[in-house]
Design a protein around this ligand. Structure first.
Ligand SMILES: Cc1ncc(COP(=O)(O)O)c(C=O)c1O
Length: 494
């Protein structure tokens, strides 16, 4: 039996029917977001791994698609839900969903300009829009690329920092450095920094974790002291990674002071603004990022606070001339350089095959405009303030770290009242989270900041409204009482 192209492409009638079938399910899913539980209750979760054997022969497409949608929706874990208060995973805009379908259908390969043309131009235009909002207005003075996320963006930026100081390291390797470069980030910075330094070959130990203050921001006095100590020890301070929007608390490191220190000591400044970089799209809250325009490189993840589906990260740099020496390469099977106004993407980034991760943001901005983000971010900041006010009013929780953006760090008040030790407090927090998340409606996490266990609640889905906050506060208040009782804590009260 031969292969017919319609085996994979299907015919026009089938494509339309299956497309409508899928769109109907997605449509219903979007309509359900305001009341959708994040996941089924614990007792109804399907613990069995999906164990279908590799099929030699296909089955009816409508049936398989329907079954898949039902399973993924009924058994899924739904970060787009209004009841998701978890990590930095947003509800995607509907225009982004449509853009993703178009990208999958057209499948542009953005490695080279000649073979992608408009797609690469849209990508460059979208980067230019973000760069402008950072304050980098001249496209010839900045460059970068879309990435698979913050991890790749941080990795790429740290590679640039090395090229800046050691132009030959890409060819000669780290043995050619004759120095031990040192990197600095706060104790609250994301683990992708360590991962990147390990993979770049300078070693995870080349990262100095600088203490964070009570606001979970990098302590710049400690940073300055550490740089001085390292210089005195004959090491080579090379780069500071400031965070704008820490993973646990949303804290923004003091960017102007860190930029001053970098200027003074001649260090590369990378700002990991994977989360809070979204503020650059607002006029009202842009001031919270003041100083970011002095960075040498920046990470921003549209798949965090800009409501994009995975994957969409961005790395920007003020030193576009460093991109080619870091990432450029020639081999016989790679087309020669474009010689156009835009460089080929494969020469300025870590990827070769390049998916068009920019279209979803471009289309969302074209259809809704920047001001829609301004309003969404303003609303989410207001909801976070309301959550803070209402949860503190219950008397069951205290704030562990001041709320900088849309992340709340809470501790159970009973832990303070009874002077519980950290392991018992952590146990209590896990119990509160377990009780609530086992029910399935809500999801949020626990974490540690400055050695303290805490509950972490984040407003990230644009479908979250005041009514969800009010209901969550009531559930948290009850869970705090139930958990303390279940752990027998009240018995120890004097
Ligand atoms: C501050 C920060 N930087 C970087 C990352 C890594 O981003 P990604 O998951 O997109 O690779 C994260 C992820 O949460 C983050 O919070």
């Amino acid at each position: 039996m031969g292969f017919d192209h319609e085996d994979f492409a299907l015919n026009a009638e089938q494509r339309q029917r299956l497309g409508y079938q899928l769109i109907d399910r997605i449509n219903a899913y979007f309509s359900s977001l305001t009341h959708l539980p994040v996941q089924p209750p614990l007792q109804h979760r399907d613990a069995n791994p999906h164990a279908a054997t590799l099929p030699d022969f296909g089955q009816d497409a409508a049936h398989v698609l329907d079954d898949l949608c039902t399973q993924m929706i009924e058994q899924g874990f739904h970060t787009p839900s209004a009841n998701y208060f978890g990590l930095m995973n947003p509800a995607p805009t509907y225009m982004a969903v449509l853009a993703e379908a178009l990208v999958a259908a057209l499948n542009p390969q953005l490695a080279t300009i000649a073979r992608s043309q408009l797609a690469s131009r849209i990508e460059a235009e979208t980067l230019g829009w973000i760069a402008q909002r950072i304050g980098w207005r001249h496209p010839e003075h900045c460059g970068g690329s879309f990435t698979s996320g913050g991890n790749e963006a941080n990795f790429s930026a740290l590679a640039l920092a090395l090229t800046h100081r050691f132009p030959g390291w890409i060819e000669e390797g780290l043995v050619s450095l004759n120095a031990q470069p040192v990197f600095y980030a706060s104790a609250e910075a994301h683990h992708s920094i360590e991962k990147s330094l390990g993979l770049l070959g300078v070693g995870r130990k080349s990262l100095r974790r600088i203490a964070a203050n009570a606001r979970a921001e990098m302590d710049t006095n400690a940073l300055a002291a550490q740089i001085r100590d390292d210089k005195a020890a004959g090491l080579l301070p090379l780069c500071v990674i400031a965070t704008a929007g820490t993973t646990s608390s949303g804290a923004i490191d003091p960017l102007p002071e860190i930029a001053n220190l970098c200027a003074h000591y001649g260090l590369w400044l990378h700002v990991d603004a994977a989360y809070a970089g979204a503020l650059a799209l607002t006029d009202t809250h842009r001031h919270r990022l003041a100083g970011i325009e002095r960075a040498d490189s920046i990470t921003i993840d549209p798949h965090k606070w800009l409501a994009m589906p995975f994957a969409a990260g961005v790395m920007l740099t003020r030193h576009p001339a460093l991109l080619e020496p870091t990432f450029g390469i020639d081999t016989a099977y790679l087309p020669k350089s474009s010689h156009g106004p835009l460089p080929d993407n494969f020469r300025i980034s870590a990827q070769w095959s390049r998916r068009m991760n920019s279209l979803k943001l471009w289309l969302t901005l074209r259809v809704h405009g920047r001001l829609a983000y301004e309003q969404m971010i303003g609303q989410q900041l207001a909801l976070a303030s309301s959550l803070e006010e209402k949860i503190l009013a219950t008397g069951s929780f205290v704030l562990a770290v001041p709320c900088a953006l849309t992340i709340l760090n809470l501790r159970a008040k009973v832990a303070e009242d009874l002077h519980l030790d950290e392991p018992t407090t952590a146990h209590l927090h896990r119990e509160i989270a377990r009780r609530i998340t086992d029910e399935g409606l809500y999801w949020f996490s626990t974490t540690r900041v400055r050695g303290q266990s805490l509950l972490r609640l984040m407003i990230i889905s644009y479908s979250t409204q005041q009514e969800h906050i009010d209901a969550l506060v009531r559930r948290l208040d009850r869970a705090a009482q139930e958990s303390a009782e279940a752990l027998g804590l009240f018995k120890t009260q004097p």
